[in-house]
Ligand binder design. Structure first.
Ligand code: MLT
Ligand code: MN
Ligand code: ZN
Length: 310
């Protein structure tokens, strides 16, 4: 008999750029380049989900997907000349850190590719993704608010989360519309709820702000994997790396009165885990003031390979 038990593995816990980022010498990346034992490398944002331990779904597909699969034995091919436990891939947005790995899943291997119609449209507009050939990779459009079987025994429900379009689509959007919304609720950024074996987990790697609807959805969850991009909204500006605030990037920060630690503090949640952590974020450093504060607030900081079994 197959036991249905919701299990998640964090394949990549970093935000876009990974950790350390290839061209970055911010204080946190510098620790990593120097081999400081207080920090560990992280690949870009993706998780794997299963109910039977045999068939898995990837949720998001990072540029490092090959290395991630190589590192996690449950995702290795077994049996026959061609095989993969990966039965489906679901995308939460069209960001590079979440879609670029699809280009590495091109060896004629059938799987289901699930995303909202808007995210499918972004992929369809880029002919590089045609390597996932029609007839081999089934592209399924999933509508907001609907529930479907993501992979054997795991029911997923997708819902809109305040956010924006992918970075590489911004210039065209600005030129066409003269402005850029960073907290639209639509098909461009979604969260996912997983249910199996009587447990309920939410995965929200990007979130511009906590709405009442979202708070209601989080309430009572056994675990929540949430946007941990930045510690503070002006972190990139203070580090002299960018002119952009977290808000401008479509991410609410962890700290502060309008941060996610405060916003989620009174919501009943079993485990709260930060994922999609940017390389500038000092929570990446073991023992840092920020790490201690996040842990005290009940938050775990995801690492690559972290397993969550419910
Ligand atoms: C984000 O989550 O803000 C994006 O991944 C940024 C990026 O594309 O680097
Ligand atoms: Mn991202
Ligand atoms: Zn950095």
């Amino acid at each position: 008999m197959t036991v249905s038990r919701l299990r998640l593995t964090v394949l990549g816990s970093a935000a876009g750029g990974g950790f350390p980022q290839w061209n970055c010498r911010c204080p946190v990346c510098t620790l990593a380049w120097d081999g400081d034992p207080r920090v560990r490398r992280r690949t870009q944002s993706s998780i794997a989900v299963t109910a039977d331990g045999e068939r898995w779904a990837l949720v998001n597909c990072a540029p490092e997907v090959l290395a991630q699969i190589q590192t996690v034995p449950a995702l290795h091919p077994r049996g026959g000349r061609r095989h993969t436990p990966v039965a489906s891939v679901l995308l939460t947005n069209a960001d590079i850190d979440h879609v670029a790995g699809l280009l590495s899943l091109r060896e004629g291997q059938p799987f289901r590719l699930l995303a909202t119609p808007a995210v499918h449209a972004v992929l369809s507009a880029n002919s590089a993704f045609d390597v996932l050939a029609e007839g081999t990779v089934e592209r399924h459009a999933v509508e907001l608010g609907t529930s479907f079987e993501l992979v054997a025994g795991v029911t997923a429900t997708i819902f809109p989360v305040p956010g924006k379009i992918a970075l590489y689509l911004e210039a065209r959007e600005q030129a066409e519309k003269g402005r850029l919304a960073t907290d639209i609720e639509g098909e461009q950024t979604i969260g996912v709820e997983f249910k199996a074996g009587g447990k309920r987990v939410l995965y929200i790697p990007g979130c511009a702000m906590l709405t009442e609807a979202l708070a209601a959805r989080l309430s009572g969850a056994d675990a929540v994997l949430f946007d941990g991009t930045l510690w503070r909204d002006d972190e990139m500006i203070r580090a002299g790396l960018s002119e952009k605030t977290g808000r401008r990037m479509g991410h609410m920060s962890m700290s502060g009165s309008d941060g996610s630690m405060a916003a989620l503090a009174d919501i009943d949640i079993g485990r709260r885990i930060y994922v999609h952590i940017n390389n500038t974020n000092p929570v990446l450093i073991d023992g840092s003031h920020e790490r201690v504060a996040a842990n005290r607030a009940g938050w775990e900081i995801a690492e690559d390979g972290m397993e969550i079994a419910l």
